[in-house]
Design a protein around this ligand. Sequence first.
Ligand code: PMP
Ligand code: GLN
Length: 386
Amino acid sequence: MADRPLLNRRLEGFGTTIFAEMSALAGRTGAINLGQGFPDTDGPAEIGEAAARAIRDGRGNQYPPGPGVPELRQAIADHQRRFYGLAFDPDREVLVTAGATEAVAASMLALLEPGDEVVAFEPFYDSYAACIAMAGATRVPLTLRAPDFRPDIDALRDAVTPRTRLLLLNSPHNPTGMVLTRREAAAIAELAVERDLLVVTDEVYEHLVFDGEHIPLGSLPGMRERTVSISSSGKTFSLTGWKIGWITASADLVASVRTAKQFMTYVSGGPLQYAIAEALRLPDAYFADFREDLRAKRDLLADGLVDAGFEVYRPQGTYFITTDVAPLGETDGFAFCRALPERRGVVAVPNAVFYDTPEAGRTQVRFAFCKQQGVLQAAVDRLTGL
Ligand code: PMP
Ligand code: GLN
């Protein structure tokens, strides 16, 4: 045992996630936590009631069906039709997962072979790098650069090689808040078709677009048969602890992802699945009000950070604002974030951890704005005069 590391070589260097590290730091210091992205108010009361009712009524307390309860799969299919005009067969083309996290992991393990290449936007959401590595594949960055973090389609074309198996895309994009335009999405889709690539798209912030619109890549010509679309109830319903996510894709792709997924959690969150089925049927006003509430919070925090001297890259979507702390005289976002709880009682996340070339994001720092207005204002007050 002694001469062999206890951690599989593929996971070397992944350690503890930055989000867990920063939430622990907030816990220890009592600082305002604008690091890990979770709301500080719980989602709709009636959805909580629906979950309680399901538990009381004995729905989902025992193993639900592997692909998810029929009520939720139908609600997911209806959601795709209602918001995007997309038709999915709830029995063969929808799979419920333990959050988007499991959906990403199962997709990578199911669809990749060792040696395959995966092109993904850099900065990468943290679990992407780890999941690609667990599958024995290699990530190839398509770097999004400040100030507007637009994807360079020519660079994407160059990044695709004969070894490229899939594109792992995320729009709205965490952490930059970039939202693909219709033109960008169409160019990416064209390339995927031309090079015969699979596309896995993480759309967990689909209902959090403030400027522009959310374009599901799977809706574009030639994409339906090659796209796995991932989403989750965590963000849309402010229930990040429930971990009810899903994929929609062709029956072949769903069968493949399900094969991996069934040996990870098998199933999860039985009673919660019934409640999320109800959540997905909330009226349009719920989704619009939710977005407008977050938009106001984005503006409050963005304006406050500008006044406090940060360079602010105003996001078009998501929960997050990426800033640059160089104008404050800072040279290292990591050091800045480690010191900030003691200095100012605020926790944020250094974007450098999302880059393969940390230099690219060295002074970028991410703040979450999915918090009550009073909390955001208090954070701004603390950050003013740094
Ligand atoms: N993808 C992205 C881009 C995220 O920001 C997150 C975190 N919320 C996830 C996936 C994970 O989602 P879930 O909590 O549903 O597993
Ligand atoms: N998606 C959340 C974020 O970006 C974190 C989720 C997690 O901790 N895995 O902050």
